[in-house]
Design a protein around this ligand. Structure first.
Ligand SMILES: [Zn+2]
Length: 97
């Protein structure tokens, strides 16, 4: 499985997790979160580094617009410490890849 593919899955997990906890009235992702997911996936697809990209953290600072960067930071800040407990193996792979 490629890096981009894996990162797409992680970002989707994180956003779903966040929306689930923060906007629980919705059955699926709310409009805002699904926009963010779309955006994040597009950024990954268009990442200039492609499969050679380093961590998405570094990537975020360069290619997200300010609004989306704020939004994804909130999602990651909320999800990352919790994800560690839910999917530790997946997460460790991500951090050290
Ligand atoms: Zn949401």
């Amino acid at each position: 499985m490629g890096k981009i593919h894996r990162e797409k899955r992680i970002v989707a997990d994180m956003i779903r997790f966040y929306c689930d906890k923060k906007h629980p009235q919705k059955k699926d992702l709310c409009k805002h979160c699904s926009n963010l997911l779309d955006y994040a996936h597009k950024r990954l697809e268009n990442c200039p580094y492609g499969e050679k990209k380093t961590s998405c953290r570094r990537c975020l600072t360069h290619c997200y617009n300010p609004d989306m960067r704020m939004a994804i930071k909130r999602v990651m800040g909320y999800g990352a410490p919790r994800m560690f407990f839910y999917k530790p193996a997946e997460w460790i792979k991500h951090l050290f890849s």
